[in-house]
Structures are given as C-alpha cells and as structure tokens.
Ligand binder design. Structure first.
Ligand code: ZN
Length: 324
C-alpha cells in the first residue's frame, strides 16, 4: 500500500487516515472574522484529490447538505486519495439567507473568478478558494441547485476550458450523476470551472434542489453522483452505478416578462416543450390577461422562476435545447 501524504491548507492539517475541519480566514467585519469552512478527509492510501464545494449560492441547500453528508460519511480508512470539502462558499449569504449574492458587497461569487486578493469580500473568497483550495485538487465538483425563487430539474454543467482532454474528463464525471441532462457551455463566463480547466482540473457543476428546500431526492442526486465520481476515480472500491444516459444540451434561451403583473405558469421545470407552446400567463391587477408566455423554440424547461409577482424584464424560464 502506498501511504498518502499529509494535506495542509494554512493551519488545517490532516495526516493520512485523518478527517479534519477548520476555517480559512477571508477578512473581517467590524465585529467578527469572515471565514470559509474547510473539511479534509485524507485517505490512508494514495490517490487523487477531489474538491467538493457548495453554497456559492447560499440558499441552494441540497448541495450544502450533500457536502456535509459526504464529509461525515466518508471513512478515511477506506478512501484512496483525499477529499477537500467546502460546504458553504458564500458564508455571509448563508448566515443572512440571502439568495444569489454575498450581502456584504452584493456580488454573485460564481461569476467573479479568478477573484482578487485585494478586492472586496466576494473577490477575496474567490481568490482564496481558487488559490488555496481548488488548486490543490485534481478534480472539482461544484454543487448547486435552484436558488430561492428557482424551480429546477436536475442537470449537470460542464464548461469548455479550451483543453479537449480536460473537457472529455469533465463530461465523464458529469455522466456519473444519473441526471437526464448535461448542459455543455461554450461561454467565456468568469467561473471557477473555467479557471480550474485552465489549471488542468476537470470540473462539473451539479444542479439539484429548488426554492430553498432541502428535499432528500435532491440531496441524493448530489451525494450519489459524488460517490459515483469517487468510484469512477478509484478512490473507493466498487464500480459506479450509472443508470441514466443523459441528453446533451448545447444551446438554450431565457424568457423574460415584458409586462408587469401576476405570473401564472402552465408548466413545471423538467417539462419538454414544443415550439410555440404556452408556458404561462401574466395578468394585471384586475385579472385581465396582459401577456401570454410562449416557447420560442422546442426544448426542456431546465429551471423557472416561481415568483407570483413579476415586473417588466424579470426572468421567467430558462429553456435548454437538446442536441439531436
Ligand atoms: Zn447556484
């Protein structure tokens, strides 16, 4: 047996066979430190390092619960390699139950990578997460879900990194989640996954969970997907249990309200819709129909904004177009 090495992130240290949790300091408020919780499960035997993060969007609880559960249930004596787990990235938003952004600087941490060590708190979280945590790993899983107003059908996302070999591995990992859809993005969004790809670290975003809930079904999507990834990477004995052949989504579009009023959706997330199909209606305060929302092209409702009151320009639906 090849014994693994001690893993050290600042003053958090886990020797082979140990499980540790600690806190990385990000900055300060007038009254307290702002920290990032870091769990390390260091397997006895050598193997890859898998980084699992959640709570970049702090109300996406299914992913947060899954990360906590994976930390608790993984036995370092049975693990080859190591897990580095950050159950909550946006810690200020977590404490205040704030959707999408960090309430300290109102930034969405998911879209400001690589961050800035001299910037505001969100920029510092992004910088420290990338430089001190993710860069130590060989693979990255970023657990997300529908944020507070979002109803979502489970899917995974992989972003083109500019390296075909890395993207192919990311897609293999994404296929371990047993969800019906993989979204392949060609965007140049400033995400952690793109930065990881540049470092040669394959990365997957898993999306499961809706509306601030923490349903067992959604938590299990993240947990079983992650365990399948660990089995696929030979970090655990046993072969992955892959039961779903996902459809690939290569394009999509969003539908926003053009009128204000009360929104009455006619479909739920996960519904396959046809070109021109009515997805919902907006009625004014008198109850008169002011806008009929129709699909501009056939596809699947990946997620929708389940808010009854809408203003002009508010997002309503995100539709994925399936590769045929
Ligand atoms: Zn999210």
């Amino acid at each position: 047996m090849n014994i693994s090495k001690t893993i050290q992130i600042e003053d958090i240290q886990a020797r082979p066979g140990e499980k540790k949790i600690g806190y990385l300091k990000i900055g300060e408020t007038p009254l307290s430190d702002i920290t990032l919780p870091i769990g390390i499960v260091n397997g006895l035997e050598q193997g890859p390092t898998l980084c699992i993060i959640a709570g970049s969007h702090a109300c996406e609880y299914a992913g947060i619960d899954a990360a906590i559960r994976i930390f608790r249930q993984t036995n370092p004596k049975e693990l080859k390699g190591s897990l580095i787990i950050v159950p909550v990235v946006n810690t200020p938003g977590f404490q205040t139950r704030t959707p999408y952004v960090n309430p300290i600087d109102n930034l969405n941490i998911s879209f400001i990578f690589p961050g800035d060590e001299k910037g505001s708190i969100s920029h510092r979280i992004a910088h420290i997460l990338l430089k001190k945590v993710v860069s130590k790993a060989n693979y990255l899983l970023n657990l997300h879900g529908g944020d507070l107003p979002e109803l979502l059908t489970p899917f995974t996302i992989i972003e083109e990194s500019g390296r075909d070999d890395i993207d192919a591995i990311s897609e293999k990992l994404a296929r371990m989640f047993n969800v019906k859809y993989i979204l392949k993005l060609k965007s140049d969004r400033p995400t952690l996954e793109r930065e990881a790809g540049k470092l040669g670290i394959p990365a997957v975003v898993s999306e499961a969970g809706s509306l601030g809930t923490f349903d067992e079904t959604d938590i299990k999507v993240h947990v079983t997907g992650t365990i399948n990834v660990m089995k696929h990477l030979k970090m655990l004995n046993d072969t992955p249990n892959v039961t779903v052949e996902p459809e690939v989504i290569i394009d999509g579009y969003k539908i926003n309200a053009t009128k204000g009023g009360l929104f009455y959706p006619k479909v739920k997330a996960g519904k396959t819709v046809l070109d021109g199909e009515v997805l919902g209606e907006i009625k004014d305060i008198k109850g008169d129909l002011v806008e009929r929302i129709v699909a501009l092209k056939g596809g699947v409702v990946l997620y929708m904004f389940f808010r009854h009151v809408v203003n002009t320009g508010d997002p309503l639906f995100s539709i994925g177009i399936i590769e045929r």
